[in-house]
Each structure stands twice: as C-alpha cells, then as structure tokens.
Design a protein around this ligand. Sequence first.
Ligand code: ARG
Length: 262
Amino acid sequence: MKRLKFLFTAFLTALLTITLVTACNSGTSTSGGGAGRTLTMATSADYPPYEFIDTSSGSQEIVGFDVDIAKFITEKLGYELKIDNVDFNALIPTLQSKRADFVMAGMTPTEERKQNVDFSQIYYEAKNAIVAKTGAGLATVASLNGKTLGVQLGSIQEQAAKDFQGANVKALNRINEMIQELKAGRIDAILMEDTVAKGYIASNPDLEINVLPNEGEAGSAVAFPKGSELLGEFDPIISELKSSGELEKLINKWFGSDTPAA
Ligand code: ARG
C-alpha cells in the first residue's frame, strides 16, 4: 500500500513537471500560443510605404505596410511586437546573431540571402526604377553608361547595378541620403524600387522615375534566423491574409489600388 502511494505521488509529480515545462515552452512552439511573449522585428525604416518614421504624430513611431502585416500576424499568434530600426545592410547579421526574431523590410528572398536566413512566402511584388533629375534622359539601363548610380548598400538593387555595363555604382546606407546626393548632383541617378520611388518623388518635382522591366529576383518576404520555428507559424497566417482579402486591403491602403498583389 505504501509503495502504491509512493508510485502515485511520483506519477503526479512527473505529470505536473511535464505540464509546467510544456506551458513555458508553448510561446516558442505552437501556433496561436504566443502567450504574450514579445517578438522583436528588425527593419530599415527608410522605405515608405513599407516602413518609415511617422513624424506627423510627434511620436516617431515606425509605421507602414510591413508594420501592419507584422501587427496582424503577431496579434493572431498571441505575441507582443517590438520594432528595431537598423541599416538595411545590418538586417541579416541582426538575425544571425539572434538580436531579432524576424525581419520585415521589403526584403527580397534571394538565393544568396537564403544561405544565411530562412524566408516566408512572398507577400508583395515590385519593380525597379531609375530616379534621375527631370529631363536628364536617363530612362534605360544603356543610358547609365558612364554615369554614377546610387543604390542602397546590401540591396538587390546594388547587385543589379553592378551588372549594368559602364555604370559607376555608389552604395549608401539610407534612401534619403541617396536622394540628397542626387539633388546635390553628386550622383546622376538612383536605382530603387518603383513604389518607394513614387513616395520620394511626390515631394521632389525636380526628380523623375522610369520603371524598368522586371528581370531577376523581386518581391518581399519575411526573413527569420535559420531554423526558426516562427516560419511555420507565420506562413499559414500570410496565406490567410491573401485568401481573406485582408492583404489586398492593406495594399490599397499603402500603395493605392493600381498596384497588383504578389
Ligand atoms: N527589395 C530590396 C532588397 O531586398 C530593397 C529593400 C530595401 N528595404 C529597406 N527597408 N530599405 O534588397
């Protein structure tokens, strides 16, 4: 009888331990089980309408298309969201050193990046464009021969520009630095994404945009540290965003209705 009682107590203790351990781990493993754990998203908030600092409210809050998607996903999964603003070129190292749980930064899932981080499905497609002074006649890749072309350091545009015959490539950290360099005449043109260029051009009538035909890798996806379990949690919610029409709503909100979804 005594032995039975002992076995029973041992069994109960074991059960309790398992329950406690499972409860503590659920934030990292099961879908919908975020349990209030905070996820850190890293981004480069120089990329309206994807992510930018909202100066109008005086709060310096980071807002945009990516932020709305991140909020939707983390809320659905029961996580709190914290956003860190770092240079675009530092985003992948930030994931590799686990200083962030995921990156949303209009980031394109390239083969090269896939060696260092994992990507979700693509949630939005985009094109490249040349931005130059109005009337400069820089509308095609061929016209950039002998010209100095600004690109964001570490971006797919930097990679693409290096393949343009005869163009001198100048890589800078932030998009607004490139716009300043262009206006000051220190570079002749910028290679950047069309939708983002539109926003910058709206406030700079002396600049014009020429959209290039799509070639190579394009589109945006969420990036995670290699092997992160979050990928398996995020991807179904992205599918849900697409099928429910919620993504289309966010695209209309941030890009206007003329821009197609991924
Ligand atoms: N789509 C391009 C890339 O992945 C540019 C993204 C730049 N993003 C930013 N937040 N500045 O390389």
